[in-house]
Design a protein around this ligand. Structure first.
Ligand code: PPS
Length: 288
């Protein structure tokens, strides 16, 4: 497989080169009645919320929910790498209602999701932790181009020259859309602070009424520690040509504020300026 191909631009957005090859199938994807979309900017808690949702739908029973790796249970719409089934292939082989993962910005989501009135769960995370997590991910998920130094990656991130483009446009776009559509907008930091409250929010959104015992069970199965040790959640079963966990594990730290261990004072000031500039036109705020 072509190692670390450059990003390609599709519909104005940079994306992993391999993914670009399947772009037409993504654009023409047909959502079905009852499909549930989990959408995020990369590194914002996608895997975590996917595991929570899958457990809720299986009444908190891991024996019923854990029937494959998380990337098989919740296929990733845009995923396309050589020698693995694409996200669209996996999804097209299943009947709705399906669980679907995507990182698409709201303006590039195939319209069929709206035509079918699909529910969407969106998770956002503060951009400093996203930046750090994304830097480690670029290094280990070797379908990405070389991230360069952390300084270079910071610049690319602020310029939106990373896979999926601008973080700010992504979180703001979905924030706006939540007023018009059936979207549950969650924050990674809230999930860390009060996981059971956030699990209950998801249950309510999905119309599921589960007992306190089951909520506790779901919580125990979705802690960072539990998911890091769970080979069906931690991506350890994905081919090493896609992710090399010896470079950095997928389940890396699972905390908020790790950016303080990585950004220099000068970098932090530059990033604060970027944040102020980008977020001056929204009431959306983040906890750092
Ligand atoms: S991806 O590749 O975009 O789908 O990645 P994504 O799943 O969105 O984000 C990965 C980060 O989420 C952390 N993570 C968790 N944090 C807390 N609790 C749980 N259960 C959990 N599961 C995953 C994961 O460690 C990545 O963050 P960092 O900061 O790199 O540790």
């Amino acid at each position: 497989m072509d190692k670390r191909p450059p990003l390609e631009v599709v519909s104005g957005m940079p994306i992993v080169g391999h993914f670009a090859k399947n772009w037409e199938n993504v654009q023409h994807f047909q959502a079905g009645e009852g499909d549930l979309l989990i959408d995020t900017y990369p590194k914002s808690g996608t895997t975590w919320i996917s595991q929570i949702v899958d457990l809720i739908l299986h009444h908190g029973d891991p024996k019923k929910s854990h029937l494959g790796a998380i990337f098989e249970r919740v296929p990733f719409l845009e995923f396309a790498v050589p020698d693995m089934p694409t996200g669209t292939k996996l999804l097209n082989a299943r009947k709705a209602p399906r669980l679907i993962k995507s990182h698409l910005p709201v303006h590039l989501l195939p319209n069929t999701f709206w035509e079918k009135n699909c529910k969407v769960i969106y998770v956002a995370r503060n951009p400093k932790d996203v930046l750090v997590s994304y830097f480690y991910f670029y290094n280990m998920a070797i379908v990405h181009p070389d991230p360069g130094t952390s300084e270079e990656f910071l610049q690319k991130f602020m310029e939106g020259k990373v896979s999926y483009g601008s973080w700010a446009d992504h979180v703001k776009g979905w924030w706006k859309m939540r007023q018009q559509r059936d979207i549950l907008y969650l924050f990674y930091e809230d999930m860390l602070k009060d996981p059971k409250r956030e699990i209950r929010k998801v249950m309510k959104f999905l119309g599921k009424d589960l007992s306190d015992d089951i909520v506790e069970k779901i919580h125990q199965c979705t802690t960072f520690k539990a998911m890091k040790e769970d080979h069906l959640a931690n991506y350890s079963t994905i081919p090493t040509s896609v992710m090399d966990h010896t470079i950095s594990p997928f389940m890396r730290k699972g905390t908020s504020g790790d950016w303080k261990n990585h950004l220099t004072v000068a970098q932090n000031e530059i990033f604060d300026d970027y944040y102020k500039r980008e977020m001056s036109d929204t009431d959306l705020t983040f906890c750092f």
